[in-house]
Every structure is written in C-alpha cells, then in structure tokens.
Design a protein around this ligand. Structure first.
Ligand SMILES: C[S@@+](CC[C@H](N)C(=O)[O-])C[C@H]1O[C@@H](n2cnc3c(N)ncnc32)[C@H](O)[C@@H]1O
Length: 281
C-alpha cells in the first residue's frame, strides 16, 4: 500500500463517522507517530510504499477509530505542553484548557523560589509533570484515588524525567493536608450525569467515569472539599487554581466566597467559556 492509498483508505473508512477536520488530524498523527513521516514527506512522495508492519498497525488504528476509540489510546500517547504522555483507559486524556490553567500558574509563580505545589486528581500526571518541568526547583506532589492512574502517571514522570511525589489517597476522605503550599491546583471530576447527552461517544465509552462524573445533586463536591482543605493549607501568598465546569462558574465563585476565599478570579478559555478559577485567602 502506498501513502496515498493509505490516505484514501482512511478517508473512505471513516468519513461517515467523523468530520473532515478530524480526519485530517488523524492522518497527520498516524503519518507522524506511526510512519515517522511529515506532511512534506507525503507531499513529495505520495507513492512511497508503507511497510507490512506499519500496514497492520494502521489497520488496527482504523478499526479502533471506526469504533470511536480515541486516537490517543490507539497511538498510546498524547502531547501536552511539549511533553509526551502515555494515556490509557485509566486516565483522562489531557485537554487543551488544562494547558491554559498551567500557563496561568506559570505566569504567577515563575519567580517564586522552590514553590511547594499540590495537585489533586493526578490522571496522566499532566499537571504535576508539567509544573515540575517548567517551574525551577518546584516541589510537586499529586494525589489520586486511582492506583491505575498513579501507575500511569509514574511512568510518565519517569519518561519525562520529572521529580513528582505521588500519593494514593481519597481526597473526599482527607481531613487535613500534611504540608502548606504555594499552589494547590485541581482539575477534579465535574461533569454532571445530566450533561452525559452532550458527551461524545469516544469520551463516554473509553475514558474513565471516575475522572469525569459527579452526582447531579452535588456537582461541586470536590470543589468544596478541596477549598476547605486549601483554606488552612495555603501559604500567605499562595493560591488555589481550579479547572471548572463551564456551566457552574457563578456557583463555584459563590462556593469559594462562602468558604472564606477573597480574591477570586474567574477566567475564560480561548473558546470564551468560563473554565478556570484562581482564589486566595
Ligand atoms: C478530571 S480528571 C483530571 C486528571 C488530570 N489532572 C487532567 O487534568 O487531565 C480527575 C482525576 O481525579 C481523580 N479522582 C476522582 N475521585 C477522586 C478522589 N475521591 N480522590 C482523589 N482523586 C480522585 C480521578 O481518578 C482522575 O484521575
């Protein structure tokens, strides 16, 4: 099979499942990550033969994509803030809005000497690994209730040579944090069951529900618990950073006010949705 024949096969197999822009991005990812070629290589040599080994990998990926498996699972990793991170069914695939949250923290704490940072809800390790790599001498710990997520995140920390301390812990059952912090950050589960209708099949069927969903009648359960813990465990110039449910910005701000936070900033992501909050005491 030539590169051109592979491209045609990808588009004909998947055109009834995905919009064209997504097919373009699948083609680019498979070209780069499986065939280790660029779009320029393809443009210059569309009749290059694909090896038998690569053809069987590509067929497996096309088959998975036709069943709506996430491309990142099929390739085995994703890119996040210039880092390569393994992802699987036990961890949330890191999202672009989480990069925006990290950029906010980097902007605020790049001059702090050895900031002490706690991340709650490790997942792939995207937040603690990125902060540990990008903030010089940061001391970063992260908590998750999922052993499988922690195992994945540990592999990601090793691969990216990041120094992160991992804690297997249920934050909802935590009475007190064990240290004081310059930054407490969390992207906790926040999707209400009532929002399931908006969730794409590739997310609903293949990403961990433990990472995504909260009860309709208590959607801010994690925000409340973490804010109560943070109130007494943030250093005087420290700050709490949250990724939030875009539909619950006002409610999350009110919750933080009621708990005792004073400087509360609600921020929009690049798509104009309220997605992040920073608060301090
Ligand atoms: C929305 S995901 C965020 C993952 C990662 N931080 C990211 O931004 O991609 C939430 C994470 O919280 C973890 N989690 C769920 N319930 C928890 C609990 N009670 N205590 C600690 N972590 C929990 C899940 O396992 C999941 O990894």
């Amino acid at each position: 099979m030539t590169l051109l024949a592979f491209k045609q096969k990808l588009y004909t197999t998947l055109e009834s499942h995905y919009p064209k822009t997504e097919l373009d991005s699948f083609f680019k990812l498979i070209l780069e990550d499986i065939l280790e070629l660029s779009k320029i290589d393809f443009a210059l040599n569309p009749n290059m033969e694909v090896s038998g080994d690569s053809i069987s990998k590509i067929n497996k990926i096309l088959n998975g994509l036709s069943q709506h498996q996430p491309i990142q699972h099929l390739i085995g990793f994703t890119e996040f803030m210039d880092l390569k991170l393994e992802v699987n069914q036990h961890v949330l695939i890191p999202r672009p809005e989480t990069e925006e949250l990290i950029l906010w923290i980097l902007n605020d704490f790049s001059k702090t000497i050895s900031p002490n940072i706690l991340d709650i809800g490790t997942g792939s390790g995207c937040i603690p690994i990125a902060l540990s790599k990008k903030l010089e001498n940061a001391k970063v710990s992260t908590i998750d209730v999922s052993n499988k997520a922690i195992e994945t995140a540990k592999r990601n920390a090793t691969y990216n040579k990041a120094d992160v301390q991992f804690l297997h812990q249920d934050i909802l059952a935590t009475e007190k944090l064990t240290a004081t912090y310059d930054v407490i950050v969390s992207n906790p589960p926040y999707v209400r069951n009532l929002e399931k209708v908006e969730i794409e099949k590739n997310v609903l069927d293949y990403e961990p529900h433990l990472a995504l969903f909260v009860a309709d009648d208590d959607p801010l359960i994690f925000y409340k618990k973490i804010a109560e813990l943070a109130l007494i465990s943030l250093k005087p110039n420290g700050a709490l950073y949250y990724e939030i449910n875009q539909y619950l910005g006002k409610e999350t701000v009110e919750l933080l006010q009621n708990i005792g936070f004073k400087n509360i900033e609600l921020k929009k992501d690049v798509f104009g949705n309220h997605r992040m909050i920073k608060a301090s005491v």
